[in-house]
Design a binder for this molecule. Structure first.
Ligand SMILES: C[S@@+](CC[C@H](N)C(=O)[O-])C[C@H]1O[C@@H](n2cnc3c(N)ncnc32)[C@H](O)[C@@H]1O
Length: 353
């Protein structure tokens, strides 16, 4: 077999870029955790010594870290003054935890995939699942920190507004469920925005519910939130005006059963807000960096989570709108309509009537 060596070299270059990103991801996380990016934000050009002084770190380490940041084009370097500068446009992505494009927590999720690599290899061989609770805790806080800015930016202002008539109900005082709520990031954002409404957060992971309660206390929304350990098929409350599934339906073993349970727990004119990872309806339409990331998370986390539960449908994180509509249809919902999207999510309004 005669290989086209240009193609070999070009592909090797592609993989070197990926490996370099994997090494540098640790540097990005360190930059966040030690406050290096925050100290550089808006500070203009700095020497390593100045940055080290601002952050209580050692200048030699800071210099080496900065050189990695320059090589990756996260930071610019002026060789005349030997100073380093974080461009203003990079601040929302690396230093502002409230920005909707603050992406650093994704690296905590990535670290949990590495830490759980052995478990994932085991289930490749056995075909068994891995429960959400069995993962390294960096997954839980990483997902929360990654998703929260998007919820703050889009959930009330765009997604809820895109559902016919729902915003008015929530302003007046409605009953809302957030199923698979995790640490309650979305529940708390909604509770702050709509103080007249009551928000029930359900999750099968007891530790997440404990943390969600703490977060609600810190955010001052204890009065209009209730967090309970429950699966998507056994919470007992009903009479909901809105039931949300935020980035979690595909993690469930029985998404059809979960949707059926939601239908029974909804008021007649109630609706489901289904937020799922952005995806096209075919693999060919998912050849891009965001889908690549989601397929990796899906292989190591979402698919095993579903396979650890009864039914084990294993929808995967890239199910796409068509497949998700079929799931909701099987559960008896009449209409699923895409009402909004971001580079990371699709937003579906699901109605029984
Ligand atoms: C990717 S996390 C999303 C958490 C949260 N919705 C958010 O956006 O931050 C998926 C969550 O679904 C929960 N989950 C998975 N299967 C579940 C089930 N059958 N019933 C209830 N919660 C479930 C997990 O425990 C986990 O907290």
């Amino acid at each position: 077999m005669k290989l086209d060596m240009n193609k070999v070299e070009s592909f090797a270059g592609q993989v070197v870029t990926d490996i370099s990103a994997a090494f540098s991801g640790v540097m990005t996380n360190i930059g966040h955790k030690l406050g290096l990016y925050k100290a550089m934000a808006g500070a203009g050009p700095l020497t390593p010594k100045e940055l080290a002084l601002k952050t209580g770190t050692h200048p030699r380490y800071v210099q080496e870290w900065l050189n990695n940041q320059v090589a990756g084009q996260y930071v610019t370097y002026d060789s005349d003054t030997e100073t380093y500068h974080l461009p203003d446009e990079h601040v929302p992505v690396l230093a502002d935890e409230d920005s909707p494009v603050f992406l650093v927590p994704a690296l905590d999720v990535a670290s949990s995939l590495w830490l759980d690599e052995g478990k994932v290899m085991d289930v490749f061989r056995s075909g068994k699942g891995i429960a959400w609770s069995e993962h390294h805790h960096r997954l839980f806080c990483g997902s929360e920190a990654l998703f929260r800015p998007g919820y703050k930016a889009h959930l009330s202002a765009e997604w809820i507004r895109s559902l016919d008539g729902v915003e008015d109900k929530l302003m007046a005082g409605a009953k809302v469920a957030d199923v698979g709520c995790g640490h309650g990031a979305s529940t708390i954002v909604m509770a702050q925005e709509f103080p007249e409404s009551t928000f029930y957060g359900f999750d099968s992971h007891a530790k997440s519910i404990e943390i969600a309660k703490e977060r609600a206390r810190e955010a001052g929304v204890e009065a209009n939130t209730r967090f309970m350990v429950a699966t998507s098929k056994n919470y007992e409350e009903n009479g909901f005006d809105l039931i949300c599934f935020m980035d979690c339906l595909h993690d469930m073993g029985d998404p059809v059963g979960a949707a059926r349970h939601a239908r029974a727990a909804l008021n007649g004119d109630g609706s489901v807000l289904l937020v799922e990872p952005a995806a096209g309806d075919s693999l060919e339409s998912n050849i891009n960096p965001v889908s690549r990331l989601y397929y990796a998370a899906s292989t190591a986390v979402c698919t095993p989570c579903s396979l650890s539960q009864e039914v084990g449908l294993a929808l995967g994180a890239q199910a796409g709108e068509k497949r998700l509509s079929e799931v909701m249809g099987e559960a008896g919902f009449k209409k699923t309509r895409r009402t909004a999207e971001t580079p990371f999510n699709i937003i579906l309004d699901v109605r029984a009537a």
